[in-house]
Design a protein around this ligand. Structure first.
Ligand code: GLN
Length: 244
């Protein structure tokens, strides 16, 4: 099938509440990397109260939020839990960041009481002492380049036997102790890496696009793009924080 006939729909869930650190920049990156390859992509924003039909969606972005916002959004998420679960089990692609990542799990226990999660992935989060705030560098099985980013979270996430998104080379990760960061379950990535995760890590962006195209159109090869500037920036960060 010609790439020109391929179309992807990105669903941005609850940007009215889950929008910390400009997580929506990840949408711009997905759209642009599709456009550069002649793949038509559109983004639909769903704010709290909007109806969502997961059958129309190829990639879902769930951004970060404060505990207060998570508590509010949780009610909306629980109302769509079954449909969302069906989408995930059907290999739907999801990128969930920080607060959104925590909400993929069973619960997030805070000092003000628990916030119930979607239970889409067998993980849970508990508030710890102090916040984990720093740059972070990972080695991830989803791409060759090290993954670089920034984290800021009070919750500590425990992923049981699930596969982490990456091994921590610098930074705190899921709980500051396990050496693991994030989770990968089917075509879902959950991660604490905030802000421009995908612009900084184009190979992670391409992993999501590839999985979405495979699911809707069968196997397809993504045309390589010139990522030399991102590679250069990435190597700088790697040498600055990991290999000094
Ligand atoms: N409220 C959550 C925490 O502090 C998530 C924060 C975030 O999305 N940055 O752990």
């Amino acid at each position: 099938m010609d790439k020109k006939d391929m179309k992807l729909t990105i669903g941005h869930l609850y940007p009215d509440l889950l929008n910390l650190y400009g997580d929506r920049g990840n949408i711009a990156c997905l759209m642009k990397r599709c456009a550069w390859r002649g793949i038509e992509a559109q983004t639909v924003e769903f704010n709290t109260g909007d109806e969502i039909d997961f059958q129309d969606l190829d990639i879902v972005l769930l951004g970060g939020g404060s505990d207060r916002e998570q508590r509010i959004v949780c009610k909306n998420l629980l109302a769509i839990r079954e449909q969302f679960k069906g989408y995930v089990e059907d290999n739907g692609v999801v990128i969930a960041v920080c607060g959104g990542y925590q909400l993929l799990g069973k619960y997030y226990k805070t000092d003000e009481g628990p916030i119930e999660g979607l239970g889409l992935v067998d993980i849970y989060t508990e508030q710890g002492e102090g916040r984990l705030i720093d740059n972070i560098v990972l080695e991830s099985s989803v791409c060759e380049m090290p993954v670089v980013g920034f984290e800021n979270h009070g919750g500590r996430t425990f992923i049981n036997d699930n596969t982490p998104f990456g091994k921590v080379l610098y930074g705190a990760g899921n709980d500051g102790e396990s050496g693991c960061e994030g989770v990968v379950y089917k075509n879902v990535i959950g991660t604490y890496l905030h802000g421009p995760l995908l612009p900084k890590n184009p190979q992670v962006c391409d992993w999501l696009i590839q999985k979405a195209l495979e699911r809707r159109y069968g196997a397809t090869e993504l045309e390589p793009l010139d990522d030399s500037r991102e590679k250069e920036a990435n190597e700088y960060i790697y040498h600055r924080f990991v290999k000094q």
